[in-house]
Structure formats: C-alpha cells, structure tokens
Design a protein around this ligand. Sequence first.
Ligand code: NAP
Ligand code: MG
Length: 398
Amino acid sequence: MAKIQMKTPLVEMDGDEMTRIIWKQIKDILILPYVDLKTEYYDLGLEHRNETNDQVTVDSANATKKYGVAVKCATITPNAARMTEYNLKEMWKSPNGTIRAILDGTVFRTPIIVKGIPPYVRNWTKPISIARHAYGDIYKATEMKVAGGCKAELVVTDKDGNETRSLIHDFKTDGIIQGVHNIEKSIQGFARSCFNYALDTNMSLWFSSKDTISKTYDHRFKDIFAEIYENEYKSKFEEKGIEYFYTLIDDAVARVIRSEGGFIWACKNYDGDVMSDMVSTAYGSLAMMTSVLVSPDGVYEYEAAHGTVQRHYYNHLKGLPTSTNSVATIFAWTGALKKRGEMDGINELCEFADKLERACIDTIESGVMTKDLYLISTLENKTQVDTTGFLNAIASRL
Ligand code: NAP
Ligand code: MG
C-alpha cells in the first residue's frame, strides 16, 4: 500500500515522561506505517528546554504561526521538586502558557465519548466543548489588605495626567480589595477564536457572564461578542444552521445540566477554569479529554488535556507494567492531521484520521481498554491491557 503523502509539515512538539514514551509508540505503531509523515520537530522535553534556555518553546510557537498546525505532547511545568530532579538553571514557565501567549489563542477542551463509559450527567449524550478565556480578570489581579479607617478608590490617570476617581469602599473596619482588568483586543481575539471554532466543528456557541451584576465589565464582554457576531459571523452561522447565544452564567449552568450536549460553552477566565474541571470530571476520565488551542487568525495546536502521567513513568522506569491510556494523545494527532488535510486539500489524510479515531473508539467499545477505563466501564465483557497492548489492539482494528 502506498503511504499517504503530505504537503506541509506539522509542527511536532515532543514532551516528557510517560506521554513522551507513548508519543513515539503512536507514531511507530499507528501513523508511520500509513502516512509519509512530514513534521518539523521541536523537542519540548524539559532537558532540552533547559539546554536551550526555553528558546525551543518560543521557536515551536513561531513555527506554528508559520505553518498553521501543531501537535503537542504533554510537558512538565517545573516546580521546586523538578528543579532538583532535572538540575534546572531556572524554573522555566509553563510551555502551554508561553505558546498561548505567542499565539494569543483560546483553549477548547472536548471529551471523547464511548459506549460503556457513561457520563455522570445521564442526558449528556454528545460532547460539550469548553472554551476558557485565557487572559486577565482575577489571574492578573492586584490585591491589598485594607485597614479600618482607610478609603479605597479606583484611580485612572490618562496620558495628560488627569485623574478619574471612583470610590470602591470607605472602610470602617479591616477589609480586602482586588483590582482586575481585561483588554478589548484580548476579548475580541477570544470571541473570534470561539466563532471560528464553532464554524469549524459545526456546533452552536454559548457564551455566559455575569452582566446583570457587572454592568460595565462583564457587559463589555457581552457587547464585544455581539458586535463581532453581527458584523463578521452571523451569515456564516445561519448558512451552517448553528446559533450563537448569550445567557447569564446562572442560566447557562442550569441549561448545560439539562442539555444533551453538542455545543461549545465559552466562559470567562475564572468560570472556564472551574467549569472545565466540572465538565471533564462529569464525562468520566481526564484521559479521554482532548484540547486544542485556536488563535483568532486560525492557527491550531492540538494536545491531550492530561499531563505527563508521572506516576506511570516512574513505574515504567522501574520495569513495572503500565496501563496508560493513549486515546487523548492519539486524538491530538488525528486532530492535527485532519486539520492539515483540510488546509492542504488532502482528503486521504482526513479519512485516515477519521479511521484512526474510529479504531480507538471501536477498541474500547469492544471491551479492550486500559486500567483507567476498565475501572469505570459498565461493559460486561471487558479486558484490561497494558500501554503497548492497547496500541496494538487499536492497530489491529485500524
Ligand atoms: P497527570 O499527568 O494528568 O496525571 C494525573 C493522574 O491522572 C495520573 O497519575 C493517572 O492516575 C491519571 N491519568 C492522567 N492521564 C492518564 C492517562 N492518559 N492514562 C491513564 N491515567 C491517566 O497530572 P499530574 O500527575 O498532576 O502531572 C504530571 C506532570 O504533567 C506535571 O509535571 C505537570 O506539570 C504536567 N502537566 C502538563 C500538562 C500539559 O502539558 N498540558 C497538563 C497538566 C499537567 P493514576 O496514577 O491513578 O493511574
Ligand atoms: Mg482548574
């Protein structure tokens, strides 16, 4: 069989620990036999990030801007323990944060649904994608403790030095204050990423905030979404038969729980942080959650939502058997290959990606799965396999 040819390389960002092990196996067992894989390779493994003073992360993000599609392996975000473990020169920042800042993108997380792993919310028969705005609000806040007898004000100084003041609170007793901000350009980018992703995936888009209470701040988010929708996306949405709809966060929460899924829920930074954990837990397994970063100008970076599965890696190093679920990482590859296929007009590549996804789902639905799923699957006949056994089972169906 002739291998499927590619035109433009994918940006390949390798990573750390157990996911680095499965990264290579996925390529060897599931992709390279069928695709004449073209990638521009960046090693984001912590050792190489340390050697290059993290320049490799910046380079990989810039390459993603150039080519349009990247696939990323999970990476370690260093903490104090990693400083010693890897003898680091510095506590390098989260690669995902660095890449996101360069691409100015929004992260969409979507569960992979299979028979036998029912979501905790029974009526969620279709996936719900969560989009979290990744700039500002309480994540870039200035906070202070305030002693009783103090007066706190918001002060804005314009470029000529004129001040506008607004009272926050006249403190009779001790208290606390918090100053948060956001930037129109960032909110606009967020909105465009969401509208583009909705068109891409043929799903309706919901956006929620607390505009009834936050009449200037949250209301500005609502207005920006509405303006961009009216001016740039309305007719495209109507053509596809999908809708954009805004609702108060309280109402959104109630509707989401009652829904059957099958839409994108765009959230402000804090809401997205909390709701994405709630939604991913409710779908059953972090190992079945994919993630894609979409920039406002249509650049895509695909990855799994889980981390490097450190505990399994240490077992692997000790020669103990592991049962690591590779589905989310495989779906990162298929997402990227499909997008590359769409952009370059290579139908076969899109079809291959679809078949590989189908093979993963069929394997699990036929009862062959890794331990994480074995523990929660409601199938009567099920078999637990190890990391490589699972990949081989997928390969035999593919
Ligand atoms: P994690 O790698 O997501 O793993 C946490 C636990 O979840 C694992 O110990 C395992 O549970 C289970 N799990 C996650 N993925 C699994 C899979 N594919 N198959 C089977 N079980 C899976 O989170 P972590 O241990 O907190 O973080 C490890 C490293 O990952 C950290 O250095 C962190 O910085 C990094 N991280 C990176 C990203 C990213 O690159 N996007 C995201 C999150 C974390 P059991 O041990 O019970 O089997
Ligand atoms: Mg969180």
